[in-house]
Design a protein around this ligand. Structure first.
Ligand code: ADP
Ligand code: MG
Ligand code: MG
Length: 334
């Protein structure tokens, strides 16, 4: 509303979050996201009028073990250090980072109209299994890429995924992300568990609480517009009661991923082998306005409906999918 917008503007002015070089190069436009307190704004690049999204990160709120010495950027928050080092088609792109005494200003590419998956699901999209699979596999691709880089996102949820009109998603919000020491639990296989109990524990903990859980609940949320479980007991029983019939493939994926016993739960590598994940889809057959008829309020009038290109999914998880920068000579320089 107008009142909210005014309040956000006052907050932004008062916080002096824009002070410094950032303000010389960008003009803040309006708050995005749910952000009454969240300082995420649309902004205009003064040099060419390009719209971007900027996240203001209050230095005082960055806890002590989330500071990192970055060879390029100096002392920054973990979120900034990690996001500036990843390049993937399904992870938000950071364009540049500024700072003043109190804030970092992390300038990102604006993806779509800033619609996150929470809002998307709320619009009750008409998703069939191929399209749900297409959206889900992009998230899996991002997580797979992060795993190879030893990065745990730790806050995967619908609000932290943004989607554009071509059903292209990007993972955002690395504010809770962490680096795993190389060789730690991610790489420990089941065979080693009996000889490394403490690592085994870490692995299980990760399986239980982190990305995989996020992925799963998520997968079903996309299709049913509802959380599959109503409480802890239901989660522990893992009894799925889908409101409509599923394909056998999808049922297998969901049961595997939601298995209450972490040791028997489907792993990311097993997930990639499932045919449901890589099923063919002809994206040209889907248009945003047909999938999300109630989308009006999110459409800018000047935006044209664009039909996405046919996407060949076979090599979705291959390296080709990384976006490489010209100066990226050392992939694993973490
Ligand atoms: P927080 O850490 O406060 O949750 P996020 O990084 O998740 O902040 O951003 C808050 C919201 O802003 C997101 O849920 C999303 O709606 C929107 N948003 C963030 N980054 C972008 C972006 N690059 N493009 C479009 N919208 C974005
Ligand atoms: Mg968030
Ligand atoms: Mg966050």
């Amino acid at each position: 509303s107008y009142g909210d917008a005014l309040r956000s503007t006052l907050d932004l002015d008062q916080s002096r979050a824009c002070d410094g070089q950032f303000e010389e190069e960008y003009q803040p436009l309006q708050a995005v996201g749910k952000g009454a307190f969240g300082f995420v704004w649309k902004a205009l690049r003064r040099s060419d009028g390009q719209e971007v999204v900027v996240k203001f990160i209050n230095k005082a709120r960055v806890v002590s073990d989330c500071w990192v010495d970055d060879p390029m950027l100096g002392r920054v928050s973990q979120e900034i250090a990690l996001l500036t080092r990843v390049q993937h088609h399904n992870i938000v792109k950071v364009l540049e980072v500024f700072e003043n005494g109190s804030y970092f200003q992390m300038v990102m590419e604006k993806h779509g109209e800033g619609l996150d998956l929470f809002e998307f699901i709320d619009l009750q999209p008409r998703l069939d299994e191929p399209l749900a699979s297409y959206i889900f596999r992009q998230l899996v691709a991002a997580v797979f890429y992060l795993r190879a880089k030893n990065i745990l996102h730790r806050d995967i949820k619908d609000e932290n995924i943004i989607i554009d009109k071509c059903f292209h998603i990007r993972l955002i919000d690395f504010g809770s992300a962490a680096m795993l020491a190389p060789g730690s639990s991610f790489t420990i296989s089941v065979a080693h568990w009996s000889t490394a109990p403490q690592r085994c524990f870490r692995e299980i903990r990760m399986r239980v609480q982190s990305w995989r859980c996020g992925l799963l609940v998520y997968c079903s949320t996309l299709l049913f517009s509802e959380n599959p479980f109503c409480g802890v007991e239901e989660i522990l029983e893992a009894k799925l009661k889908p409101p409509f019939p599923l394909s056998t493939d999808l049922h297998g994926v969901l049961c595997g991923l939601l298995h209450p016993d972490a040791a028997q739960r489907m792993t990311l590598d097993q997930l990639l082998l499932q045919t449901w994940i890589s099923q063919p889809i002809s994206l040209a057959e889907y248009s945003w306005t047909e999938v999300v008829p109630s989308t009006q309020s999110y459409c800018l009038p000047q935006q044209q409906e664009s039909k996405p290109q046919m996407y060949v999914t076979q090599n979705f998880f291959s390296d080709q999918h990384d976006e490489t920068l010209p100066d990226d000579d050392d992939e694993d320089d973490m």
